[in-house]
Design a protein around this ligand. Structure first.
Ligand code: TXA
Ligand code: MG
Length: 343
């Protein structure tokens, strides 16, 4: 199949919406990462998302809307929870996904048989235009092959899914660079399942008490059930082996510099670059969590494009604010392997 590369012009959005309405798949730009969109109300189209990505069928999808009224209009939930309205008021359109009881119109293929549904209203104009023009809610996971880092450019989507999907809309570099924050209202108090640009602190300001799922920062124990199915899968990992290294500036530099000649790459901050003697990629200025978030997935993809890299030592980000989201992705890229130089 030829994959069309489209722009966000009205004419191209119309083309993409036609593909969606015929049950096809479109790579859709959003402010977080690129999504692989299909008509959420068409079970066959939804199944083809899983096929194109190689995604396990028990991992549910997020339903994207372009107007808060879409929730009612398409019967996505029987009654919008009051807490969802408060979150929508503050964070939509934007990088927040809210899980609520599922309405009867949502096919089980979208929710992997769960009785809850994940809903997001993205702020990216290209995404909004595609959703409105399709006149459908759009089911969309990140548009990567299952297991790879999420795509933050149209080129990343082409690299992973070119030839398998109808089109990719190039809406530029994703501003946030990490997937949306996921919070479920199906527990009391609500639970943060995946950290993102909207932080735990910000959610607590709106909702009061919010629990942090233990799977956000720690590995699931054997046989422990994942509160969000996506948590149990290997994720975001480049082909090289990644270790997260805890230590101060000096200890980190000495550690990686003792590893020259071993196919080692260091994932570090701008400030470290001058002192590092192995190949490196920087995530930005130390403590600038937004910049780290923006650069992380491109950096993980670049690692795979750098020849002969076998091992990556990444500086361990701290877990404050948006830093929690960066940590959550990196610890998974590292398969929870941490080297603690403070010990
Ligand atoms: O920023 C994003 O959220 C991007 C863009 C495209 O919107 N989408 C995205 O989708 O990251 P995906 O499929 O890669 O991640 C969705 C996550 C998964 O971890 C999934 O398990 C969880 O949300 N999820 C979806 N529906 C759920 C539900 N009903 N209950 C619990 N977790 C759910
Ligand atoms: Mg994903």
């Amino acid at each position: 199949m030829e994959t069309l590369l489209l722009t966000t012009s009205e004419q191209d959005i119309t083309k993409a919406a036609e593909i969606i309405r015929k049950g096809g798949l479109v790579g859709m730009p959003t402010e977080t990462v690129y999504g692989l969109a299909a008509d959420a109300l068409n079970p066959k189209a939804v199944m083809s998302i899983f096929e194109a990505k190689g995604r396990p069928a028990d991992n549910p999808l997020i339903v994207h809307i372009s107007n808060i009224n879409d929730i009612e209009k398409f019967g996505l939930t029987a009654e919008i929870p009051e807490k969802a309205l408060r979150l929508a008021e503050k964070f939509w359109p934007g990088p927040l996904t809210v899980i609520m009881p599922k309405g009867k119109n949502v096919p089980p293929q979208v929710t992997a048989g769960l009785n809850s549904v994940a809903i997001r209203f993205p702020s990216h104009k290209g995404a909004q235009a595609l959703i409105s023009k399709s006149q459908r809610p759009l089911a969309a996971p990140s548009a990567n092959l299952s297991g790879s880092p999420s795509p933050t450019t149209a080129q990343h989507v082409m690299n992973d899914l070119g030839g398998r999907i109808g089109a990719v809309i190039d809406g530029g570099d994703c501003e946030v660079g990490l997937e949306s924050t996921v919070v479920t209202l199906c527990t009391n108090p609500p639970t943060l399942l995946r950290p993102g640009k909207v932080t735990l602190e910000e959610l607590r300001e709106v909702l009061g008490e919010v629990n942090l799922s233990s799977a956000v920062l720690e590995k699931l124990k054997d046989k422990e059930e994942a509160p969000s199915p996506g948590m149990k899968y290997r994720h975001y990992a480049p082909n090289a082996k990644v270790y997260l290294v805890k230590g101060d500036d000096r200890a980190f530099t000495e550690f990686v510099n003792s590893k020259t000649g071993e196919g080692v790459l260091s994932l570090c901050y701008d400030e470290d670059a001058a002192r590092i003697c192995v190949p490196y990629i920087t995530l930005g200025k130390k403590g600038d969590y937004d910049e780290e978030a923006h650069n992380l997935f491109s950096a993980l993809r670049k690692i795979d494009e750098t020849p002969n890299i076998k091992t990556v030592y990444a500086r361990c980000p701290d877990t404050k604010g948006v830093g929690m989201a960066v940590y959550n992705r990196l610890i998974r890229a590292a398969g929870f392997e941490v080297i603690d130089l403070y010990e």
